[in-house]
Design a protein around this ligand. Structure first.
Ligand SMILES: Nc1ncnc2c1ncn2[C@@H]1O[C@H](COP(=O)(O)OP(=O)(O)OP(=O)(O)O)[C@@H](O)[C@H]1O
Ligand SMILES: [Mg+2]
Length: 255
């Protein structure tokens, strides 16, 4: 079977002659439809760079990224917005909410652009809002929300379209442990019930323990990968922690 996402030997070099930084140094992996894959690694190991290259926010120096068989570097600039809107759900650190729209309108925006009918739209927004416990703040503007609430609105906006691939960079970073758990459970549910394919960067071994597979980056390379297999989440959590300590320990949170 063809991978939904295929990262083929990508390299990303920042800077000019004097201060060259090799953020990604030859990374290859595939993600199949329905997988929930975590990416861990120390600060500066290339995690955000990897997500930016996959979503074509940044360009690779060498190598290729294929999503559903399409080489993202070959997508014409004028088609990129549409490609992202239809194929990807992005949950990134800087939220990207529109300040002049309410939380509800932010979440519904892509559905509106994709011309989903009004009745269906209301149901879809209500479902994700319920899952992420933001139903009572839907009428507020981003300026009136806390960091954690904004993070959940941004997550709701990314997943409400049921995209082929969800890319999340530290989606639980601004959340307390209860809200983080809700977010992770809604990701896991989306993965299980809707067969959503998710790639999630996290520092947190507890968050990573929700994944079916975790890739570990170090110095721009994949250091190792572990699979959950039939392990219960708590046992997989211990396995993740073992690799983290092998890598030099970088978790913020022991859940
Ligand atoms: N725009 C840029 N210009 C130059 N160097 C960059 C740029 N963006 C990232 N880098 C460098 O690339 C490397 C990887 O950065 P990246 O942001 O991908 O790390 P990360 O794994 O996401 O770290 P963190 O956990 O702190 O978010 C770092 O050494 C960083 O300094
Ligand atoms: Mg980062």
């Amino acid at each position: 079977m063809e991978h939904l996402l295929w990262v083929d030997d990508i390299e990303k070099i920042y800077g000019g002659r004097r201060n060259v930084s090799r953020a990604l140094a030859g990374v290859s992996f595939g993600v199949d439809k329905g997988e929930f894959v975590g990416i861990m690694g120390p600060s500066g190991s290339g995690k955000t760079t990897l997500l930016n290259c996959i979503s074509a926010i940044d360009t690779v120096t060498t190598g290729h990224v294929y999503i559903n068989g399409t080489d993202v570097a070959q997508i014409k600039p004028e088609h990129l917005a549409r490609f992202r809107r239809e194929q990807l759900g992005l949950v990134f650190q800087e939220f990207g909410l529109i300040d002049s729209l309410t939380a509800y309108e932010n979440i519904a925006l892509t559905l509106t652009i994709n011309q989903i009918n009004y009745k269906e739209l209301r149901v879809l927004v209500a479902q994700v809002a319920d899952a992420l416990e933001i139903s009572d703040i839907l009428d507020k503007y981003p300026g009136e929300l806390s960091g954690g609430q904004k993070q959940r609105v941004a997550a709701a906006r990314a997943i409400v379209t049921q995209p082929a691939l969800v890319l999340a960079d530290e989606p639980t970073g601004a959340l307390d442990s209860r809200a983080a758990r809700r977010m992770l459970e809604s990701f896991a549910n989306m993965n299980k019930r809707l067969h959503a394919t998710i790639l999630m960067v996290t520092h947190d071994a507890f968050a990573a323990s929700y994944c079916s597979r975790v890739l570990f980056l170090r110095d721009g390379e994949i250091f190792t990968e572990i699979r959950r297999g039939n392990l219960v989440r708590s046992a997989f959590f211990k396995k993740v922690l073992d690799v983290v300590s092998l890598l030099g320990g970088d978790t913020e949170n022991a859940g």
